[in-house]
Design a protein around this ligand. Structure first.
Ligand SMILES: [Zn+2]
Length: 273
C-alpha cells in the first residue's frame, strides 16, 4: 500500500512539474537554501551576465537599442536608417516650439525613441525652474539627432581644416588624432544610428563643456535613465569611450540598461563587455 502511494505521488509530481521539475526538486541549489544573516548588503547584480549574445541578421540590427558604435565598431547601416523608414522628424512633433526648439528643421531621430525623448525633455523643463517654454525663457535645443554618412564626412573634414589652420606645423596624422578625440570618423558616429541627441540651451548656443553648468545638465545626469537615456561620454571615462567629456550627448539604450549603467557609474562599453 505504501509503495502504491509512493508511485501515485511520483506520477502526480511528474504531471505537475515534469521531469525537469523533479530533478530541480531533488538537486536544489544550495544557494537557495542558505539563510540570510540580514547583515550583509545583497551582492551587486551581475548585469553583464544577465544577457546572452545573439546572432542578428543585418536587416534586424537597426531595431536594437544596445548597438555599440565607436572607433572600434563601425556602424554599417547608416543608409538603411536614413531611408526614413526608421526616422521621425522632431520638427512639428509634440513639444516642438515650447518644450524644445531646433536649430535645423531637418532634425530627425529613430522613431522608436522619439516618445521617450519628448517625455524626458518635458519632464526636464517642468522640473527645472531656470528652463521654460516661451520665447523669453532658457529653452532646450536639440542640436543634432540622426546624421547621414555624408554629413559626418563633412563635419570631420571641417574639423580637419580647423586643426590644420590652428596647428600649421602638425602632420596630417597629428591633426587626425586630435580631431578623433572630439569627433567620430565617418561611419563611426553614434549619430548615424539615430539613437542619440545633442542637447544644449538657448542661453548659450555653443556645444561645449559649459552646458555642464546649466541646471538642465544636473537633472539629466540624475534622471535621463528613467527615460532610457545615458550620458554617453562622461568625464573621467575618456580612456574607455575614446571621447572627451560631452555633457550634451545623450544616447538611448532602453530603461533597463540605462538604469544599470547609471547605478554602476559605467559606460556603454563597460556594460556590454
Ligand atoms: Zn553628439
Amino acid at each position: 500500500m505504501l509503495s502504491l502511494l509512493v508511485i501515485v505521488a511520483l506520477v502526480i509530481t511528474l504531471l505537475v512539474f515534469g521531469i525537469k521539475g523533479i530533478i530541480t526538486l531533488v538537486n536544489k541549489d544550495p544557494a537557495e537554501t542558505t539563510t540570510d544573516s540580514g547583515n550583509n548588503p545583497p551582492p551587486a547584480l551581475p548585469w553583464n551576465n544577465a544577457y546572452v549574445s545573439v546572432e542578428h541578421a543585418n536587416s534586424n540590427i537597426p531595431v536594437g537599442d544596445l548597438i555599440l558604435v565607436n572607433f572600434k565598431n563601425e556602424y554599417p547601416l547608416t543608409n538603411e536608417i536614413g531611408s526614413n523608414k526608421y526616422l521621425t522628424d522632431l520638427y512639428g512633433y509634440e513639444g516642438h516650439g515650447s518644450y524644445y526648439v531646433l536649430n535645423s528643421s531637418n532634425t530627425k531621430v529613430r522613431s522608436s525613441i522619439i516618445k521617450s525623448l519628448q517625455l524626458m525633455i518635458q519632464n526636464l523643463v517642468d522640473a527645472t525652474p531656470s528652463l521654460g517654454t516661451d520665447a523669453s525663457a532658457d529653452r532646450v535645443i536639440i542640436t543634432s539627432g540622426y546624421r547621414d554618412y555624408n554629413y559626418q564626412q563633412v563635419l570631420f573634414n571641417t574639423y580637419m581644416e580647423q586643426e590644420r589652420s590652428n596647428h600649421p606645423n602638425w602632420t596630417e596624422e597629428q591633426c587626425r588624432a586630435e580631431v578623433l578625440t572630439y569627433s567620430a570618423f565617418p561611419g563611426e558616429s553614434e549619430h548615424q544610428t539615430g539613437l542619440c541627441v545633442d542637447l544644449i540651451s538657448t542661453k548659450k548656443v555653443v556645444l561645449d563643456e559649459s552646458f555642464a553648468q546649466n541646471p538642465a545638465y544636473a537633472w539629466l545626469v540624475e534622471n535621463a535613465h528613467h527615460f532610457g537615456f545615458i550620458l554617453r561620454y562622461p568625464e573621467g571615462k575618456e580612456g574607455i569611450t575614446g571621447y572627451t567629456y560631452e555633457p550634451w550627448h545623450y544616447r538611448f539604450v532602453g530603461e533597463e540598461a540605462a538604469t544599470a549603467i547609471y547605478e554602476q557609474g559605467i559606460t556603454l562599453e563597460e556594460y556590454l563587455q
